[in-house]
Design a protein around this ligand. Sequence first.
Ligand SMILES: [Ca+2]
Length: 181
Amino acid sequence: MKNIKTYMVNLLILAALFSCSSDDEMSEVKNQSIRIKAVALIAPNFPSTEGDVLEVYGTISTKLVVLNEKSDERILWSRTSSNWEPVGRIETSIASEDTEHVFTVTEEEIKNTSIEFHAKMWDKDPDGNPNDYLGESIKSFQIDDFDTVSLIEEGTLFPVQLMLNDFDGITLLVRCTAEYI
Ligand SMILES: [Ca+2]
């Protein structure tokens, strides 16, 4: 008798699980995808003693935060002091398949979702002196902010620029984009 009761309870649980995951229920949940890209680096200001380019290394990352509780962080670009990127006064493209990530959220989550952009960089000193810390920058946007732009023209890129200027006399700009897809 006890076994039959247990069997019936299990059957009910299975039925409940099945009804929740049926195709009809799933199709009502609409998703929205946002593509984040790390696009370019540029150093508009640095002293001539640094030569023609800075030897830039560090990390660019992006983080999706839903309802201030669920988060998903992704590295978009990462270099060490041994594989630095030459960055001068003319924009250096860093765009590739590896420097982009697509976040997907449900339409329900969109109003409570933000996306963070984060960069932390150094300039290597090839002469063996201590490397220069260029700084760290974080910008956070509500996903609704991207919507304002995409309403103007579908496919418009929402530009995000991070400025690092902790080291006296050097400014490094990190350019990223966000877009609905
Ligand atoms: Ca340098």
